[in-house]
Structure formats: C-alpha cells, structure tokens
Write a protein of this length. Sequence first.
Length: 363
Amino acid sequence: MDVVDGIEMSAIDGGLDASFEYASADPAGEGPGYGENDGLWLWDDEQSIGVHAWLGHSRAEGRECFERMTVFLPDGTLLVNAANGQPCTDASPSGASLIVRCDEPYRRWSYSYRGPARPTSAAELRDGPIPADRAEVDLEVHAEARMLLPPWTQGGFWVSREAWLRTPAASFTGGARFEQLLSGTATVRIAGAPEQRFTGSGLRTHRKGVRSLGSSEDATEAYPGHIWMDAAFPSGRAFYVMWFGGPDGKSLEGGDCFVRDGDVFHRAEVVGPPPFRTTLAGEERFAFELTSDLGVTHIEGELVANSFETLGGRMPDWWGIQWDLAGTSALGMNQGIARYRWDDEVASNMIERSAPIASLSHS
C-alpha cells in the first residue's frame, strides 16, 4: 500500500477547483451510472436538536432525484421523509422538496426543505418500517453551513489515485467524494407548532462519480457494512473514521482515518471501532483508538440521537429495519449523533454504521 503519513493543508478549499462544487452540466455525458450527491449533518448539543439531509441528483439515467430528510427533535421524536421525484427548481440541485445550494465554494452552503414528513421514533424504527398509514405533517427546514476545515477527499493518503480506485472502498465511496466539518444554523418549522432555531456543528458530503454498493470490476467483495464517525473540537483538532468491514471485524482496503492537529491530516489506523448496534440514545457508550505518527489518540463516545434504516431494502419504504430481509444482502443502518471526548475536549457530530441484517439480533 503506497501511502503517505501526513498531508499539510491550510487553505479552506484544499486546492480543489471551484467548479467541482457545482452540478455537472451534462451528467449523461459522464458515463453509465454517473451520479452526484450532497449531504448535511447539523446538531445542537445544548438543545438536543438536529437535522440530516441527503440529495442524490444529476443522474445520467434521468432527471429524477432521491432525497432524504431527518429532523431529530428534543423529545426524541423523529420527522422523516424519503422520496424519488423531479427537481423542484433548475437554479440548484434539488429533489421534490429539498434544495441544496453552493453559496461560496468550500466555504458556505445552504439547504432548504419544504414538504411532508412522518413522525416516528428510533424505538419504532428499530422494530421495523413505519406503518404505511402514518399521518404526515408539513415540515420546513432551512440550514446555513460554514466550513471549518479544508475538504478531505477519500483516498487522499494514497500516492497513486489509480491504485486507490482499485480498492473495494473506492467502489463503495463512488468516485470523487469529499467531506468538510462545519458549523451552522438552522430553522425548523412544523405546521401548528412554534418555530425552532438552533446553532450547532456538523459535516457535509459532496460526491461525483459512479458508486457501487455491491461489487465492481476490480473489487468483487459485496458491501460488508461500515462505520463512519468524525468531529472537530474547540481547539481545532479533529478526527475522522471511514471503515468498511463485516461482523468479523476485518477491514477492507481503501478506507480512510485521520487525526488532524494544526494544519496536518495525519493518516491513522482505527483500533476497536464501535460496530452497528440497535441501541437508542443514552444506551451506548464506546471507545476506540486512532494510531498515527502522533502516537495513540483515545476517543470516547456516547450515543445521543439515533435513527434506523434499511440499506438495499424495499423502496421507497426506507425507514426502519426490514427484519424480514435477513436472508438477503440487505443491511441495517443507523444514522445518529454521538458526543465524543478527546482528552478534556468534547464535541458532538454524526455517527453512521451498517451491518448485514442477517448478522443482527431482533428481540
């Protein structure tokens, strides 16, 4: 594995061209299977409220887009929606209800949602899909994000990007993909309820390319599951984990982990990452280590919000673990928030994990 141990990067754009931040003018000309997506996580730890938005758009196969929205409310209620639909505007990438906009490349993005959502809870989603007759509510979300750190591009530690593209992780990642840690503000409006405003920390993702969650010509392994965590701390230090592996605990080649201190991303190996569990907020504490040329970094975590979905299950009924698919290649997935501790510093940010449903227990 031809990699470097550290990358110094101080410019907020990471040296990337501004054009990458905007949608392709001709997605059909990019080749079969081409797609783009944008995602946002934002969480206010003081108010215990947050949002997760995701939009898959500009597919070569057509203009139909796929969007997901999750709102985590302080009382534990989740407001969720997942839908395919035509873009609601041509001014920015959008789905039927969600609009994402680049206000300033690598510095400022905004996200707006106006559409339906179904109330549920993590406990309900752990047991299965939301009942089909669940009444919807009208939801509006507007979020503005300001980037804190330069973008991290998957496979960035590899000397040869061509070699990284042949790893299993590259096919799962889906082309050119990066993430940026951020801070932001958001407003949530639910029909018939008072407006809620909050400020928090989070993450955004941006991808262009071809993604395979099964296999590729050069990486024949089926998608085994993953563990994804990151956070930026008040001092400016940060960590990141993107780990692909199955219930046996073995990691596939091509995932990324780093510890950032000062202006340097230090390549790291993760030891003991927390596997997928069907836990609820307050039920799970964990710890793991990141080994790098800085030594051993010990991180502790506590799950403070959660949701459950099925990856590769029946659509559009995305929400909830579809336990009856245990004999298939479907995966259970949780998308939540963890409170992380690094020495005497605390920061909250996203945590996402998946595992084959067949490997999970359902009481």
